[in-house]
Design a protein around this ligand. Structure first.
Ligand code: NAG
Ligand code: NAG
Ligand code: NAG
Length: 283
């Protein structure tokens, strides 16, 4: 070794000794004092590897029109960045908190110091269904894949879609919202084109239990004016309708709807035989 190097080594040693001596009667903050010299030490612990707290291949289901939340919780991210990639077309949606997609329904939701990098998709559509990749820019990059399913909620009115009632009898229509992940904000009932939720003076009672997604329309004594098309329209689901016929008793053909008025003519051959033989007995 050259003399110069030895001199340098000696200088460092002297500095270390004097620093150690200084700290012994000083504040005792040895590490800080040493770092002032620019001498670095290997970290005592290994940097923990990036770890996903969200399970790989998680499946989330959202209904059309709602806000979908695609989870990705990352532990020990260090100075890594989280990117969201839509796999069906390899479209880069977000990097960190920046949205790269021109579709601003996509946004990474992240509170400072949290480990949560959920992807939020507003007004989710059927076409948004598929695989989403949550990628962390570690070395090498590491990812998990989340499957988003999108369901279309719809209303259903129980029983047949055409109902026949005698005047004075009770009508009860029950509407359920099915295939939905969240309750509606409201359910409107229409009679033909008129909204009837508050038509108590017309003998109409609408009772809605939003949390269980059921709305019930009751009419205690049906009259001719109650016949027609009833639709159940929830805030966030496809509507359903049912047609109510109020029989007028004297004219069965008039109550029929859609050209089936002469159905009594469509007797089976054995009924005709019976009728003919009855006529034969009479004559
Ligand atoms: C998640 O699963 C995919 C394959 O489905 C795999 O390529 C990927 O490495 C997995 N991610 C992690 C963090 O294990
Ligand atoms: C409407 O129906 C509900 C449930 O059947 C009942 O509790 C309520 O008293 C009815 N309201 C009126 C005004 O009849
Ligand atoms: C009843 O009304 C709904 C909503 O306006 C409509 O889609 C449906 O075709 C109507 N049904 C009948 C039988 O008129």
């Amino acid at each position: 070794m050259e003399v110069g190097n030895w001199m340098f080594f000696g200088f460092i040693t002297l500095q270390l000794l004097s620093t150690t001596m200084a700290t012994e009667d000083g504040d005792g903050d040895l590490v800080d004092d040493l770092n002032e010299l620019g001498v670095s030490f290997p970290p005592l612990e290994e940097i923990p590897p990036v770890h996903f707290a969200t399970e790989n291949s998680t499946v989330v289901t959202s209904q059309t029109g709602s806000t979908a939340l695609v989870p990705c919780v990352v532990n020990n991210i260090g100075d890594g960045m989280v990117s969201w990639i839509r796999r069906k077309d390899y479209h880069l949606l977000t990097v960190g908190l920046t949205t790269y997609s021109s579709d601003d329904r996509f946004q990474a939701v992240h509170l400072q110091h949290s480990e949560d990098w959920t992807l939020q998709i507003k007004y989710v559509q059927t076409r948004d269904a598929g695989l989403y990749e949550c990628q962390v820019s570690s070395h090498p990059p590491t990812s998990i894949f989340i499957q988003l399913n999108v369901v279309e909620a719809r209303a259903e009115i129980s029983g047949p879609s055409e109902k026949y009632l005698k005047p004075g009898s009770g009508l009860r229509l029950q509407c359920r919202v099915v295939q939905s992940t969240e309750p509606p904000l409201y359910v409107f009932w229409y009679h033909n084109n008129r909204m009837i939720n508050y038509d108590a003076d017309q003998g109409i009672n609408v009772t809605t239990e939003l949390p269980v997604k059921i709305s019930t329309l009751t009419i205690s004594s049906a009259a001719t004016r109650h016949s027609g098309n009833y639709s159940c329209v929830p805030s966030n689901a496809q509507p359903a309708s049912a047609y109510v016929h109020i029989l007028n008793g004297e004219n069965p053909a008039a109550m029929q709807h859609g050209g089936r008025g002469l159905s009594w003519l469509q007797c089976s051959p054995s009924s005709w035989l019976l009728i003919i033989s009855m006529l034969a007995v009479l004559c």
